[in-house]
Design a protein around this ligand. Structure first.
Ligand code: ADP
Length: 185
């Protein structure tokens, strides 16, 4: 099953992708996670992406298409994948179509997650992440057992730079302008 999860920041794309993996073993391809890992490791991609991500803006399309094209060729994508956070622009969607054609794959479904804006802001402002193992908590709905610390590894939780208010506003604006139009495609 080859799927795209579409939805604004905070809609729950990552959560649903993880559930799909648990139920169907189809890997989640989260471009946000790939970029955050590149930033953490200090790779050239990470160095280029960090200042753009921190402001809530989008990484150039050609870079993102290259990342996804490479990821889709890995063996775990042979029997399916869930794209989470890609495509995010019309140009990325067009490039994806041609990449999938080249690889002899096609999409089965696009799932669009719809959540009211006030709920998105509430969810994102309460989101906390474990930098060691990537676990995501929500201080209101899914808090860790000990406030501020990861249940699994005990590490200190942090707030993503782009989950801070200014960047969130920018991400929602970018979503409405550049990504939401994909729903009409
Ligand atoms: P969310 O869906 O919560 O906004 P993501 O984790 O998907 O966040 O992405 C975080 C950031 O990574 C984005 O704000 C953007 O800077 C960058 N990013 C992720 N995916 C893409 C993409 N497909 N195209 C351009 N930038 C991207």
């Amino acid at each position: 099953m080859n799927l795209i999860l579409l939805g604004p920041p905070g809609a729950g794309k990552g959560t649903q992708a993880k559930r799909l993996f648990a139920d169907y073993q189809i890997p989640q391809i989260s471009t946000g996670d790939i970029l955050r890992e590149a930033v953490r490791r200090g790779t050239p991609l990470g160095k280029q992406a960090k200042p753009i991500m921190d402001q809530g803006k989008l990484i150039p399309d050609d870079l993102m298409v290259g990342v996804v094209e490479e990821r889709l060729q890995q063996p775990d994508c042979a029997s399916g994948f869930v794209l989470d956070g890609f495509p995010r622009t019309i140009a990325q969607a067009e490039a994806l179509e041609s990449v999938l054609g080249k690889l002899g794959k096609r999409l089965d479904k696009v799932i669009s997650l719809e959540v009211p804006e006030e709920k998105l802001i509430e969810r994102i402002s309460g989101r906390r992440n474990c930098p060691n193992d990537g676990t995501v908590y929500q201080v209101y709905q899914n808090p860790p057992k000990r406030a501020g610390f990861c249940d699994k590894c005990g590490g200190g939780l942090v707030q993503r730079e782009d989950d801070k208010e200014e960047a969130v506003k920018e991400r929602l604006k970018v979503y409405a302008a550049q990504t939401a139009p994909l729903k009409g495609c």
